[in-house]
Structures are given as C-alpha cells and as structure tokens.
Design a protein around this ligand. Structure first.
Ligand SMILES: NC(=O)c1ccc[n+]([C@@H]2O[C@H](COP(=O)([O-])OP(=O)(O)OC[C@H]3O[C@@H](n4cnc5c(N)ncnc54)[C@H](O)[C@@H]3O)[C@@H](O)[C@H]2O)c1
Length: 248
C-alpha cells in the first residue's frame, strides 16, 4: 500500500475533512494519529479504522496550546516513531461583521489556525530534518485570496497560513521536506450554516459543479501531497473546491 507503516498525524481528525483524511491514510497502510480536542470523537474514528483493519491512535490536543502540541507530538513519536506526514487541519469559525468583532473572536480563530500551524511545524521539523524527508500539508481556504464577509479573522488566519507555508517550503526544501496546502470546500459541520441558511442558498447555484463535496472527495488531495506523485511540488496551494474559486 502507498503509505505502509508511515507515521501520519492529522489534526482536527475527529470529524469532517480531517476524519476523511485520517481514514484514507489508514486505508493506505499508514499509522495514523487522530489528533483532536474532542477525544471522544477521535476514539470513535480510531475504532472505525481498527474495524477496517487499519492502525490508528487517538491523541487529545488543543492545537492552540504550544505545550499540548509538543506533548502530542512526543506521544505520537513514542508510540509510532517520528512523524513523517503532518496534516495541520484543525479549525474553527467565529463569525461576526468587522464592526462588531470582539478581540476574543479574532484571537481564538488566529490561535486555532495560525498559531497552531506554527507550533506543529516546529514540533515536527527537527525529526524531519534528521530523517531527511517529510511532508507538511496545511488546510487553507479560498478566503485567503477572496476574503469573506463576516470572517476577517478566518480569512486573515488562512492567508497567514499561506505565508507560513511558502516560507517553510523555501527554508525546508534543502532537507527533503515538502510543504504545501489544500484549499478545500466540503459539506461539514463548519459549513452547515452556509449550506442551510436560505440567505446563502444562491451561492451553490453559481458554483461550476453546483453542489457541495463530501469530505471523501477532498481527502485524495492530501494523499497526493503526501505521496510520491507530488515529489517535485512544494510551496503550492491545491484548490479542491468544485471550481468555486472561479466565481466568487
Ligand atoms: N469545509 C469547508 O468547506 C472548508 C473550506 C475551507 C477550509 N476548510 C478548512 O478545513 C479544515 C477542516 O474543516 P472541516 O470543514 O472539516 O471542519 P469541522 O468543523 O467539521 O472539523 C474541525 C475539527 O477540528 C477540531 N478542532 C477545533 N478546534 C480545535 C482545537 N483547538 N484543537 C484541536 N482540534 C480542534 C474539531 O473538534 C473538529 O474535529 C479547517 O481548517 C477548515 O478551516 C474547510
């Protein structure tokens, strides 16, 4: 199998896109760390992977805490060995119009997306340098390019992740470490409000594919960016959004 016994850590893997990514790596033979603040749900994901004959462990971690990120990375390394593929995917939204946004809405979103991506990068990089290989894949968003009404915090965090990703790609390429991002769009809890609120109903009819993706349709992009087919790709953003980027 493509990822036989490779050590893959996926943050925010208890549900949504992260869950689909974790399950897809496990189905390809990887040893998968299902990292999430929701240990109860992470354990369910692990049980499902085990039932399908895969290998996975649940790791409880608030990715906004450097201490918890470092502890989680150590826990994974001691159980499975050094992390070879990191998918930094955990995310939240705290929407509010700019004129009403409170400091904690700004801070929380920046912490879970941008601070966490920086913490995880530093938590895995030394082992990857020592191994001479590694793949790091961030979850960005079309909002990094287009902005988002009611989400200056989220769009700023996702744009920040792209700056982090490109700079890390430039610094780490010489060590055989490739760093990329996916800009997904899928039907998950995060997008439930825009999918069900009639005020946003027109949006999907403008999308070229005219529908939302299932998380399973997004996961292959992460496997591509972790596998041999993308061995000469770094510093890139792969949009897997049914062409939404074209029409916003
Ligand atoms: N769904 C989309 O259309 C879409 C679009 C663009 C970008 N994204 C990005 O893709 C990623 C996954 O989104 P999703 O739609 O699957 O969302 P989701 O809400 O279904 O899942 C997010 C996961 O992150 C976990 N999480 C939240 N805060 C955490 C924390 N502090 N520490 C650890 N785990 C935490 C949650 O428990 C959950 O399991 C996010 O980074 C999101 O911003 C999603």
């Amino acid at each position: 199998m493509q990822f036989d016994n490779q050590v893959v850590a996926v943050t925010g893997a208890a549900q949504g896109i992260g869950r689909a990514v974790a399950e897809a790596f496990a189905a390809e033979g990887a040893k998968v760390a299902v990292v999430d603040i929701r240990k109860d749900l992470a354990l369910e994901v692990v049980a499902g992977i085990a039932d399908s004959g895969g290998q996975a462990m649940a790791v409880e971690c608030n990715v906004a805490s450097r201490a918890e990120v470092n502890a989680a990375a150590r826990e994974i390394a001691s159980a499975y060995g050094p992390i070879e593929v990191l998918v930094s995917n955990a995310g939240i939204t705290r929407p509010a119009m700019l004129r009403n946004m409170a400091d904690d809405q700004w801070r929380d979103v920046l912490a879970v997306h941008l601070d966490a991506s920086f913490y995880w990068l530093q938590a895995v990089v030394e082992d990857m340098v020592e191994m001479g290989h590694g793949r790091i894949i961030f979850s960005s968003s079309s909002t990094a390019q287009n902005g988002s009404i009611g989400q200056v915090n989220y769009a700023a965090a996702k744009a920040g992740i792209l700056g982090l990703m490109r700079s890390a790609a430039r610094e780490l390429g010489r060590y055989g470490i490739l760093v990329n991002a996916v800009a997904p769009s899928a039907a998950t809890e995060m997008t439930e409000k825009v999918r069900t609120d009639p005020r946003f109903a027109g949006g999907i009819s403008k999308s070229p594919l005219r529908r939302w993706a299932e998380p399973d349709e997004i996961a292959p992009a992460y496997l591509f960016l972790a596998g041999s087919a993308s061995s000469f790709m770094t510093g890139q953003v792969l949009s897997v959004d049914g062409g939404n980027m074209l029409v916003r």
